[in-house]
Design a protein around this ligand. Structure first.
Ligand code: ADP
Length: 352
């Protein structure tokens, strides 16, 4: 019997697109110094674009709202989106501003020094998101970060909430956020540093992760997922406090791990998986990405994520459980987002 193919969930990503220009050197140049002998590479980047690409490869039907310049960087970025099957009709070419670029020095010892010129990203406007209002209303999730103006993020969150579309906000780069935005967020996904900046609570172990997550829940966020690098992710929702362990992999480059996590998370939730299952899916996608160089180039395809999820021992904790972090196991409390709409509803609450 043939199984009916599952429709790809529509995911809308609002955010930045950059071109990363990387020079690998023996060491980072001092002010006024010139160092020869570097190796130059370019890579598509920007948190928004990274998350859009990750979501598309993970199985989403992705539309991206962004702004690039009318230059070769912008053209190349859009060509890349189309190659990944991303709908790019809302990627506006700004008539005046250049495309966003990041100039990155990477030293032999792994140290880096980065300068970003946001260019057109800084001009992504509330009008840009309002133009895509219908598309926002038809999405299973709206995914955003903080590399574009906060007023634009706010406007998109308001449109999404009005249409009852869940908002996933990755609060990166770290920035303090107003209550009027947090109260519109269905899922907030800070890493440890971002969680600390938002709450003033240093996330060092499970106890502090609980406190930080609860502080964010108290500010109106429906669900908090603190990503914990190799440890995985800590999930806090109405009645859930759960550490979902990461996958044991050999890391090569962790750049963009959080972006891959967010893109994959949106797809899994859009497909109707429970919150806990979706976080496992996102952990798997992000773990694969850290085994490869770069941000966008490292985002895995759907079949790779499924292969990792299916492999024996796939849910082994990445670190030992006696380092202050409990380890989630079977019998976790699953929360269904009720068709990924709000409000959330607990579907299984048994503990072993
Ligand atoms: P960011 O990249 O935003 O700093 P994290 O470092 O917390 O975020 O990583 C995001 C996710 O990527 C983690 O929750 C985890 O799923 C995965 N991840 C990151 N580093 C590793 C690693 N070394 N091994 C396995 N998974 C990892």
């Amino acid at each position: 019997m043939k199984t009916k193919p599952i429709a790809k969930p529509r995911i809308l990503v609002v955010g930045s697109s950059n071109t990363d220009m990387i020079i690998k050197l023996d060491r980072i140049p001092q002010p006024g110094e010139t160092i020869l002998g570097g190796e130059f590479v370019t890579a598509a980047g920007g948190k928004g674009a990274n998350q859009a690409v990750a979501a598309a490869r993970a199985g989403g039907d992705v539309t991206f709202i962004a702004r690039v310049g009318r230059d070769m960087f912008g053209e190349k970025a859009v060509t890349g989106f189309v190659q990944d099957g991303i709908h790019a009709q809302y990627v506006t070419r700004d008539p005046a501003a250049p495309s966003g670029v990041a100039l990155i020095f990477v030293a032999k010892d792994g140290e880096n020094s980065i300068a970003v010129a946001s260019g057109a990203n800084g001009l992504l406007s509330t009008a840009d998101v309002k133009n895509a209002k219908r598309c926002i209303a038809g999405a299973r999730a709206v995914v955003m970060q903080l590399e574009t103006p906060q007023a634009t993020v706010q406007a998109a969150a308001e449109l999404a909430c009005r249409a009852k579309v869940p908002v996933i906000l990755n609060p990166a780069p770290a920035r303090k956020l107003p209550g009027k935005l947090l109260m519109l967020v269905s899922i907030l996904t800070p890493n440890e540093t971002e969680a600390e900046l938002l709450t003033g609570i240093a996330v060092r172990n499970e106890e502090s992760a609980v406190r930080a997550a609860e502080a964010l829940l108290a500010r109106g966020v429906a669900t908090v997922i603190i990503t914990l690098g190799a440890r995985g992710a800590f999930v806090a929702a109405a009645s859930t406090r759960e550490l979902i362990p990461g996958f044991q992999v050999k890391p090569v480059d962790t750049t963009g791990a959080g972006d891959v996590f967010n893109g994959a998370l949106a797809v899994a939730l859009g497909e109707g998986r429970t919150l806990i299952e979706a976080v496992r899916f996102a952990n798997a996608a992000a773990a694969i990405s850290v085994t490869r160089l770069g941000a966008q180039p490292s985002a895995p395809a759907r079949n790779e994520i499924e292969a990792l999820l299916a492999s024996p021992g796939a849910f082994a904790p990445a670190l030992s459980p006696d380092d202050g972090w409990g380890v989630g196991g079977p019998g976790v409390q699953a929360i269904s987002l009720g068709g990924f709409g709000l409000p959330m509803e607990t579907t299984a609450g048994e503990k072993p």
